[in-house]
Design a protein around this ligand. Structure first.
Ligand code: SF4
Ligand code: SF4
Length: 157
């Protein structure tokens, strides 16, 4: 298992986009996927879901950073302490800009998340801060940095 991913998951264990339960605003819209919709798994994260009781790992039909992407497809509920890193970061995203990076609202959140239109300022500062720290840890890992860079490129096209 990738240590950077484990550390990033831990940093986001107890913080949420709002200080209150934002799922009550939208009936947990970001957790209402189907068999074709899943959360992207970070490098190595799939090993945590072998034999998982609330979801499964599926292979995506696209690649990121030269590797076939893996998705976690859940049943619409999970053990909170076991949710994937992508779930913990949502609706945030890491944008690469001219040799630097910045935390931004994930473009994929626009059609799903009612918080997306309000920008970072509307989110719990502790959540944004923890996400920034988590991204910094991920950027220190070669595989995760390549994954984040590829994801940004994919969503910028
Ligand atoms: S869609 Fe947005 S507001 Fe709703 S639960 Fe997910 S992060 Fe919270
Ligand atoms: S794993 Fe949990 S947090 Fe992630 S989409 Fe499924 S129910 Fe939501």
């Amino acid at each position: 298992m990738n240590n950077a991913v484990l550390s990033a998951r831990e940093l986001l264990e107890g913080v949420t986009p709002l200080k209150r339960d934002c799922g009550s605003l939208c009936a947990c819209a970001c957790c209402q996927g189907d068999e074709q919709t899943g959360m992207l798994l970070f490098p190595g994260e799939e090993t945590l879901y072998e034999g998982c009781g609330f979801g499964r790992v599926v292979t995506a039909n696209f690649e990121l950073a030269g590797r076939r992407a893996l998705l976690f497809v859940c049943d619409g509920h999970c053990e909170r302490g076991a949710r994937p890193l992508s779930c913990r970061l949502f609706p945030l995203f890491l944008r690469f800009t001219k040799g630097d990076t910045r935390v931004a609202i994930d473009p994929r959140a626009a059609s799903v998340c009612p918080l997306a239109g309000y920008g970072l300022e509307a989110l719990n500062p502790a959540f944004v801060h923890a996400a920034r720290n988590a991204y910094d840890i991920l950027l220190g890992d070669e595989d995760c940095a390549a994954f984040l860079r590829a994801l940004d490129a994919e969503l910028t096209l």
